[in-house]
Write a protein that binds this ligand. Structure first.
Ligand code: HEM
Length: 557
């Protein structure tokens, strides 16, 4: 009797186990089928929507990727827009659609509606600096911290004094003379120095100017910048490659050095100093040791609190300490160096504009109420030169966006499917004759100045189309600076929901830096380098040739 009941129980358990396994297999099968079907449906939707967007036919399975590997993307887009209109598509592979928008009105609409960034951008920052919210791809993650950073930067704009920039110029010139002593200096090197010092001093305060590791920090940042996108482009992070570990080691060094300067900055209590010091008494020695090749850095110190607490306490515990600070230094230094380099080169090659700016600076200095103050908002030609340099050489050839969840319908009726790579060929747009007049490809800062009284809406639409210095003399005071953002084709800082937060801050900062620099120094091409090649246009694309050597000549005043 009992052996029978044992057998029944055993059979029941076996049947039950079999039933459980079967149920599990069915659930897995249904889930996988659902996921696959979902992918197929999404793919069919993508192909269906893409059919209605004009673009060159793709002759192979790989779409236009072969064409893009042979020709620069801006050239391909220039030809395609010429032929197919303001919205064109290219296939990067059968599942990846690229849509380019070139008409300024549509660009504005698209950049407002497409709130996400391409996952690659977020991945490059994540891989280099760990998890941080400021440069993540999804808009939901960045929204709050964007607002806080904007408030923070605008506050900083109000409190910055010229004396501060004089200190930065002194520090930069000391280093530049050191380099010039060993040989000549090219625009790129000088601009890197200026951008790095300006941003470092802004973020970390005076402590940064006296920091003994500043040079190593700058070199590390630039080395990481060269490789960041390469390593992020791997679908699976290549842990098996030695090169990757070398890169990773550099990122760790940068992290530790950032912790060191954050600690020094707290000690000096210059920036972000309203945080509760008592919770951050830990020493950073371990971090510094690691940066210089010793053991790994201290976890106890959470320097990102410096930024995050300051930014209204949006600290996410999962975030990497210092991740946002490193992200800002990385993006800010690279982009600012590009802009400063272009201004240096333009001023060195346009002495007449430099002389006029110098007169404006002296007038602004004489007219200032407070001693030692120069109001950059009075130095119109300098600000116009900053805008024009940003227009002619944007930070990158493309602005990139995507809408991860929803399809986008533009006012011209085109629907762009969710997940498509959206781009704006910013070089083409910023040199388009229809937006900038017949001299669109030339350096003419006067296009950003117009006579007072000509600021009606109608005048605005034409005011960017190449005024000349014969008509505009900022010294006479009857001219005003146009707001560059009134021209939808002005996009060096992007536009819309993910536009650069640093635009106002950096324009004012760079202008103040140049005002302090030009007051003391004249920028000239090094004798003999006048005939060196200059940036030239080739099929609508600027060729970046070796940057010219320049010298800084101290004025006699
Ligand atoms: C000359 C200097 C700079 C240039 C040319 C520049 C340009 C840009 C561009 C083109 C974008 C993408 C915009 C878009 O997709 O619409 C961007 C994003 C951003 N910029 Fe800048 N930038 C500069 C300096 C700075 C500085 C100094 C800061 C901060 C201190 C900053 C903070 C940011 C942030 C946080 C974003 C990301 C916004 C987001 O993803 O939501 N930028 N910048």
């Amino acid at each position: 009797m009992s052996s029978n009941s044992n057998n029944d129980l055993g059979k029941f358990l076996r049947d039950y186990a079999e039933w459980e396994v079967n149920a599990l297999l069915w659930i897995s099968l249904i889930t996988i089928t659902y996921l696959l079907l979902n992918k197929v449906v999404n793919l069919l939707r993508l192909w269906n929507h893409a059919r209605k967007i004009p673009g060159p036919p793709s002759s192979s399975f790989y779409g236009h990727s072969r064409l893009l590997s042979r020709q620069r993307v801006t050239e391909v887009l220039a030809e395609s827009h010429e032929k197919y209109g303001s919205v064109v598509k290219l296939w990067l592979c059968p599942t990846k659609l690229l849509v380019s928008v070139k008409e300024p009105g549509l660009i504005k609409e698209m950049l407002l509606k497409a709130e996400d960034k391409l996952p690659l951008t977020g991945k490059a920052f994540h891989l280099a600096f760990g998890q941080s919210s400021l440069f993540a791809s999804s808009f939901d993650k960045v929204q709050k911290i964007r607002e806080s950073l904007a408030v923070e930067l605008n506050g900083r704009l109000l409190e910055r004094e010229n004396i501060y920039y004089t200190k930065i110029v002194d520090s930069v010139m000391e280093r530049i003379y050191e380099i010039m002593g060993k040989g000549s200096i090219d625009c790129r090197m000088a601009s890197q120095q200026m951008a790095f010092t300006m941003l470092g001093a802004t973020i970390f305060g005076d402590a940064f100017l006296a920091w003994s590791h500043a040079t190593i920090y700058e070199e590390l940042l630039m080395t990481i910048a060269k490789d960041a996108c390469f390593w992020a482009s791997y679908r699976v992070t290549p842990f098996w490659k030695r090169g990757f570990w070398r890169y990773h080691h550099l990122c760790t060094k940068l992290k530790c050095l950032t912790q060191d300067i954050v600690l020094q900055c707290r000690r000096n209590c210059k920036l972000f100093c309203n945080i509760d010091q008592s919770s951050h008494n830990e020493t950073v020695n371990a971090g510094l040791e690691a940066a210089l090749g010793g053991p790994s850095c201290s976890d106890a110190l959470k320097p990102d609190n410096v930024l995050s607490l300051e930014l209204n306490g949006h600290l996410n515990v999962k975030e990497e300490p210092c991740g946002n600070i490193m992200g800002v230094m990385f993006h800010g230094c690279l982009t600012t160096a590009g802009l400063v380099g272009n201004i240096l080169e333009r001023l060195a090659t346009h002495q007449e504009i430099q002389d006029k700016i110098y007169s404006e600076i002296i007038m602004a200095r004489n007219g200032s109420v407070k001693e030692g103050e120069i109001r950059v908002d009075k130095i119109l030609l300098l600000l116009a030169t900053v805008y024009e340099s940003a227009r002619l050489l944007p930070a990158g050839p493309l602005l990139q966006r995507c809408s991860l969840k929803d399809d986008l319908t533009l006012k011209n009726g085109v629907t762009i499917p969710a997940g498509a790579v959206l781009v704006v060929p910013v070089q083409l747009v910023q040199m388009d004759k229809r937006s900038w007049g017949s001299d669109a490809k030339q350096f003419n800062p006067y296009r950003f100045l117009s006579e007072t009284g000509s600021q009606s809406d109608q005048a605005y639409s034409t005011s960017f189309a190449g005024a000349t210095d014969e008509h505009v003399d900022p010294g006479k005071g009857s001219f005003v600076l146009n707001n560059p953002n009134d021209n939808a084709a002005f996009l060096p800082f992007g536009s819309g929901s993910r536009a650069c937060i640093g635009q106002k801050f950096i324009i004012q900062g760079v202008a103040t830096l140049f005002a302090s620099l030009l007051e003391l120094y004249e920028i000239r091409l090094q004798p003999g380098s006048e005939n060196n090649p200059k940036p030239t246009m080739d099929n609508c694309v600027f060729q970046l040739l070796p940057s010219p050597n320049i010298i800084f000549v101290r004025r006699n005043n």
